[in-house]
Write a protein that binds this ligand. Structure first.
Ligand code: ZN
Length: 498
């Protein structure tokens, strides 16, 4: 008997615009595809939020006993700067600017992506396919779409015929757009003269002579379109029709809309039963953007080396902060928000740590079984982690009351409480207990560390006041050697750890 047999999960399906009871195609098995990063730069914190939300969903489905095949791709070719099939390939551009091979760009940022995700305690996906590793599958898919009459070749490039498709199918079904409105709103761009209509999108692009990343095909030496990659990789590993497809909200259109069109055109059926979209991450109430400078990368957030936040935050605090909002809400990253999450996280860990110290009595003054089901109900309701956390805090209060002698728990209930707390805090939310050494800036242990470093900062200041620069430099350098950086500012010296 698996847990999922006693639980009814509802998922908000972007396709229908409502919560639906989740019924996998094959009982006990779940196929889930999430669009991975385009590895041309360090992973963006907004993307980390998306992947963190799907990591929690993956963890919960696994916890319920489903056998989950989670496919998350790496886009290492074909993603152009502009959604309208113009502009340079993002990876090729980076390679040109840095004068290195495109595959060096891919390697560097794939490694960065994996490192960041590991820091945040992500579970690896079951399969992590790359676009360049699936060129043959993409070419075959294009041939089928051409044979079925939904794509055409011009000058070595192949385009999907959106107008033709829309005669028999519904282009815009996911993003609730109408082709007529799209036609009305599309501006004509240079470089699109090959297309019959501006709404058409590239399945294959002929490579210009200087384009390094190129593969032979029946139409030209070129490269595949970005939307096609995900259709080829998702259906190869999960089948022509699979359970869950996820990604960031910004991918709904055109990327996911085009995936649906390609699948319907090639295979005659809609590829996905439940479309899930994670909402965006903002910084201080504003959209994150490199061009306005309103952006912080994961390393800067973790090290405290940035101008937005008063201190460094541990990975689990950031995970906890993310889980305190629904994956479907906009999440606003602020210093106050993170400070509050840090306090909450420490409080929760203190309660978990107390579980091993409290003693059982004959009776319970708290309905533990009912509480446990409430935790499941929260997650069953479209993975509503903020409600789950509210229930975990209720348990925390109860644990503290037991410690203070104001409540009692039976030994059976204590076992249920321990197991359930551990399951949700560590397995499902993916938090790491601060007393086991994960966090750098929270918990009683690290409060002691902070105290010790503050003392050294004070001694260094005294050394500098006495013009003993040899000693002040020694304190700074030796702290740096063990991974503690001092930063002198106008309000005094602060420190961060890595
Ligand atoms: Zn994708």
């Amino acid at each position: 008997m698996q847990l999922y047999q006693n639980q009814e999960i509802k998922i908000y399906n972007t396709l229908s615009g409502q919560k639906e009871v989740f019924k996998p195609l094959t009982e006990g098995y779940v196929g889930m595809y999430v669009c991975g990063p385009t590895v041309y730069s360090n992973v963006h914190l907004g993307n980390v939020r998306t992947f963190m939300s799907f990591d929690m969903i993956f963890r919960y489905l696994k916890h319920l006993g489903f056998k989950v095949r989670y496919v998350r791709n790496i886009t290492d070719a074909g993603h152009l700067e502009d959604d309208a099939d113009v502009g340079e390939d993002k990876i090729t551009k980076k390679a040109r600017l840095e004068q290195i091979e495109p595959m060096e760009v891919v390697q560097r940022y794939t490694v960065d992506f994996h490192n960041v995700l590991k820091t945040f305690n992500f579970l690896p996906p079951s399969i992590e396919p790359t676009a360049t590793g699936h060129i043959i599958e993409q070419i075959e898919l294009i041939k089928t779409i051409i044979d079925n009459g939904f794509a055409y070749e011009v000058n070595g490039s192949v385009y999907f015929d959106v107008h033709k498709f829309n005669e028999t199918n519904n282009y815009g079904i996911l993003s609730k757009r109408k082709l007529e409105d799209l036609i009305h709103n599309t501006r004509a761009l240079d470089g699109q003269s090959d297309k019959k209509n501006p709404q058409d999108f590239a399945l294959w692009k002929r490579a210009e002579p200087q384009h390094i990343m190129r593969w032979p095909s029946p139409w030209s030496d070129g490269f595949p379109g970005w939307h096609l990659e995900c259709t080829a990789m998702s259906t190869k590993y999960l089948g022509d029709n699979f359970d869950i497809h996820g990604g960031g909200m910004d991918l709904k259109f055109p990327h996911h809309e085009c995936e649906i069109a390609q699948s319907e055109a090639a295979k005659g059926q809609s590829p996905v039963n439940y479309w899930m979209h994670a909402n965006m991450l903002q910084l201080n109430g504003q959209r994150m953007s490199k061009s306005t400078g309103n952006t912080v990368n994961p390393d800067e957030l973790l090290s405290g080396n940035n101008t937005f936040f008063s201190k460094a935050y541990a990975p689990s605090v950031i995970r906890f902060f993310n889980a305190q909002s629904s994956y479907r809400s906009i999440l606003d990253l602020t210093d106050d928000g993170l400070l509050a999450s840090e306090k909450g996280f420490v409080r929760l860990m203190d309660a978990v740590n107390l579980l091993d110290k409290i003693e059982a009595s004959n009776t319970s003054t708290f309905n533990v079984s009912e509480w446990k089901q409430k935790c499941y109900d929260a997650m069953n309701d479209d993975f509503n982690s903020p409600i789950l956390i509210a229930h975990l805090f209720d348990a925390g209060k109860f644990i503290n009351q037991i410690k203070d002698g104001n409540a009692t728990i039976s030994s059976d209930d204590l076992e249920i409480l321990k197991t359930t707390m551990n399951d949700f805090v560590f397995d499902v939310l993916g938090l790491v207990n601060s007393s086991s050494g994960d966090t750098t800036s929270t918990s009683t242990g690290t409060d002691k560390l902070s105290g010790a470093v503050e003392l050294l900062i004070q001694l260094r200041k005294e050394a500098r006041d006495n013009k003993d620069f040899a000693l002040s430099d020694k304190i700074r350098d030796e702290l740096a050697e063990i991974g503690i950086q001092l930063k002198d500012g106008k309000d005094g010296t602060t420190f961060s750890t890595n």
